[in-house]
Design a protein around this ligand. Structure first.
Ligand SMILES: NC(=O)c1ccc[n+]([C@@H]2O[C@H](COP(=O)([O-])OP(=O)(O)OC[C@H]3O[C@@H](n4cnc5c(N)ncnc54)[C@H](OP(=O)(O)O)[C@@H]3O)[C@@H](O)[C@H]2O)c1
Length: 269
């Protein structure tokens, strides 16, 4: 596994197992992922599966220090000014005494900066190894950077070949903020893409593997989700080939700023 060093020297595995929309079989899926070699899990209180993630971690017997666990503060908790309480509830559900990364889930107007400042206090107490944000556009980050004491370690945003965020990734990296790609396969929509399939045939790889490799070669942390054992395994088996520059460029050219799901400036949840 490749690692990326965050702005406070914490190392994060470059592939994380995303668990959004995995519910009843969460424990089994996380255990399978850990067996396949994933050491980074991306959950959120809003996913309703922190307890299952926690059970799988415990059952795996893998030493806590070898795992990187991310969870997120939900929008309603920001609106209700209950950052500390919501964080403690997440810890309790996960059965952990710290998390590796805690993120504000969406930039709730007039709230996410206040919540982030509360997260700074939890970070100072050692309950979180790194703090960051999710779904922030440049203007959200600029507002935050003016007021925060700790530069976010991460901005987790939607990135895939049809919304490649090239300029914004560079902007974040220049500020010392690592970038995580959520919905890296376009929430599954890019799996049958003919352009990527053509490249996949050249490497004798699946489309998912080509896309995940494209993310890694751009210096982005990538969070593929699958609830299917064969795909969970396939998605981490991407460290023994390299995409040529011409194929990276062909995938870069697919960008048309397609957003699958909520947009950071217009979400209402
Ligand atoms: N911060 C945020 O607001 C936010 C928002 C969205 C997502 N996320 C994070 O990002 C993670 C991933 O995003 P996502 O769940 O939207 O989408 P994704 O990872 O882009 O795509 C998941 C979809 O692709 C399918 N898939 C996965 N691997 C495959 C493969 N090798 N071959 C064929 N199909 C494959 C999955 O099907 P099966 O499961 O049926 O195999 C599922 O339908 C989430 O789980 C979550 O951790 C964060």
């Amino acid at each position: 596994m490749k690692h990326i060093t965050l702005n406070n020297n914490i190392k994060i595995p470059a592939i994380g197992y995303g668990v959004w929309q995995i519910e009843e079989n969460i424990e089994q899926c996380v255990l399978a992922a850990l067996e396949c070699g994933y050491r980074h899990i991306d959950t959120a209180s809003a996913y309703g599966n922190e307890a299952g993630v926690g059970k799988a971690i415990k059952e795996s017997g893998i030493p806590r220090k070898e795992l990187f666990i991310t969870t997120k503060l939900w929008n309603d908790d920001m609106r209700a000014d209950r950052t500390k309480e919501a964080f403690e509830e997440s810890l309790e559900r996960l059965g952990l005494d710290y998390v590796d990364l805690y993120l504000t889930h969406w930039p709730v107007k007039n709230k996410y900066i206040k919540s982030y400042l509360e997260m700074e206090k939890l970070y100072e107490r050692g309950l979180i190894k790194a703090i960051g944000v999710s779904n922030c556009l440049q203007h959200h980050l600029d507002d935050l950077l003016e007021k925060c004491g700790i530069v976010p370690a991460v901005n987790q945003i939607q990135i895939h070949p049809r919304w490649n965020q090239a300029a914004f990734i560079q902007y974040c990296l220049n500020k010392g903020i690592a970038v995580e790609a959520y919905s890296p396969l376009g929430n599954g929509n890019l799996i049958g893409d003919t352009e990527i399939e053509e490249i996949a045939r050249l490497y004798n790889r699946s489309t998912a593997q080509i896309i995940i490799r494209w993310h890694l070669q751009r210096g982005v942390i990538v969070l593929p989700k699958s609830a299917t054992l064969t795909r969970i395994r396939e998605n981490i088996n991407v460290f023994n080939f390299t995409l040529k520059e011409e194929h990276m460029e062909r995938i870069n050219q697919m960008n048309d700023d397609t957003c699958y799901g909520g947009h950071p400036d217009t979400f209402t949840f």
